[in-house]
Write a protein that binds this ligand. Structure first.
Ligand code: PLP
Length: 452
């Protein structure tokens, strides 16, 4: 109902103050025009002009149970009334309960939870833990990855657009993870891609010197870089290499975790257990900043009698943890993970494949659960991306036209380079998904105009 009440003057005031004083991330300040959000509920948000959008981006892929879930809002309010904050060196009910619920769901023996304020600092700490545990300096990470915007996290991120002044952190080495559609290994099948990617990784380890490698960090399914579901066997193969060379295996589940793939964690899709696993975003649907590292028994023991040198003032903040407890309980009670698995397999996947058949701009469809990407191309034969690789990250005409067409139809898409990701809330209904897919269909016709 609140969406039906346009309040353009209020919206203009919000925008004016934003323009004057908010410095926005990853943006050229004078070239952006951030929309003003008046409110949000479930899978939708709306602006001050009364325009409502179906959010197929889940914010930045974090509102896994949608906006303003009444149980999570109530839990945060209740916690604020009871104990709004407390320092990390105390046992606090919301924190210990959140840790228990998370540890119950993480794979294998990842039973100790180190809380952070978000995903990037979780990655920072996973790297620190791996280096201290092994006494080795190097971290291997994949090109075409995103691990966060802080010092170590941005340097392990495999995307030069993100490095900026942090480029070249000592001890970070990048390798190619499998991606058959744009294979670096001249592979023609998933099996070849998998085998050659593992061979390439082992060669990289050998030439770096196995005794210098502390960790291999991978997104279980790379998200921001394009939702490249790894071939069966790849992650198990990396696990074997880590065991063979005494390397800590870190899986980054900041985006893929907490129901996104139709499992609690994407690692469950592949039956792999890392030594450290980072999470954030979906852990509490992003209602209050929270992230963390789930730690294996073996690595936790390293810091049994020896202090772990690291921590944050707001580690395991009670409001954030109360939101996590409520979110995890909502996910369990309402079958959110099962919803993502079922509607991903029965509705979203088949619909996207059908769109790919009709729209020449769609080069490939990839994904699982509520975690999908459409790779848009100029030409399906050559696979030339619809827009060139743009190191400056500037807006580009074809994707901008595609985005505008989606928004004109009430769909808020997630666009990155030449891709649109389909990442709705994991509890989206079948009707909402069909509504968004119909808008996507229309918007793809605009992308088609840019094909040759
Ligand atoms: N790791 C992955 C896989 C992510 O997708 C992200 C954010 O998108 C991060 C880390 C960084 O998380 P945050 O932005 O909460 O610091």
């Amino acid at each position: 109902p609140s969406s039906a009440q346009p309040r353009p003057e209020a919206g203009a005031a919000v925008k004016a103050a934003d323009r004057a004083h908010v410095f926005h991330s990853w943006s050229a300040q004078e070239l952006i025009d951030p929309p003003a959000v008046a409110g949000a509920e479930g899978s939708y948000f709306w602006d001050y002009d009364g325009r409502r959008f179906l959010d197929f981006s889940s914010g930045l892929v974090f509102t896994n149970i949608g906006y303003q879930h009444p149980k999570v809002v109530a839990a945060v309010q209740e916690q604020a009334g009871k104990l709004a904050t407390f320092a990390p060196a105390f046992a606090v009910e919301a924190r210990s309960e959140a840790a228990r619920l998370i540890a119950e769901r993480t794979p294998g023996d990842l039973d100790k939870i180190f809380f952070t304020n978000g995903g990037a600092d979780a990655v920072e700490h996973a790297i620190r833990m791996a280096r201290l545990h092994t006494g080795r300096p190097k971290v291997l990470s994949a090109y075409r990855s995103y691990h966060g915007g802080t010092q170590q996290a941005v340097n392990v991120t495999g995307d030069p657009r993100r490095w900026a002044s942090d480029n070249g952190s000592a001890g970070v080495v990048h390798f190619w993870a499998p991606f058959l559609y744009r294979s670096r290994f001249y592979a023609e099948t998933e099996e070849q891609e998998c085998e050659r990617a593992l061979e390439h990784l082992e060669t990289t380890i050998a030439f770096e010197g196995p005794s210098t490698v502390a960790a291999i960090i991978l997104e279980t399914i790379p998200g921001t870089a394009g939702i490249m579901v790894p071939p069966p066997g790849y992650l198990a193969g990396v696990r074997e290499l880590c065991d063979k060379y005494g390397i800590v295996f870190v899986l980054d589940e900041v985006m893929a975790g907490f129901g996104r793939t139709g499992e609690w964690f994407a690692a469950d899709l592949f039956n792999v257990v890392p030594d450290l696993m980072t999470f954030a975003k979906g852990v509490n649907s992003g209602y209050v900043p929270l992230g963390g590292v789930a730690i294996s028994q073996r690595i936790a023991e390293t810091f049994g009698k020896r202090a772990y040198p690291g921590g944050l003032t707001y580690s395991g903040h009670p409001l954030a943890c109360a939101a996590a407890v409520a979110t995890i309980n909502v996910m369990a009670e309402e079958g959110v993970v099962e919803n993502a698995a079922r509607l991903g397999a029965d509705v979203v996947g088949p619909a996207l494949r059908e769109l790919a058949e009709r729209h020449p701009s769609v080069g490939e469809v990839r994904g699982v659960g509520m975690f999908w990407a459409l790779e848009l191309v100029k030409n399906r034969e050559t696979r030339e991306p619809l827009v060139p690789y743009n190191a400056a990250g500037e807006a580009n005409a074809p994707m901008a036209a595609f985005g505008a067409a989606a928004k004109a139809r009430g769909l808020w898409p997630f666009i990155n380079m030449n891709r649109t990701h389909v990442v709705p809330p994991c509890n989206a209904s079948e009707a909402e998904l069909k509504e968004g897919l119909a808008a996507l269909d229309a918007a793809l016709s605009v992308a088609d105009e840019h094909t040759e």
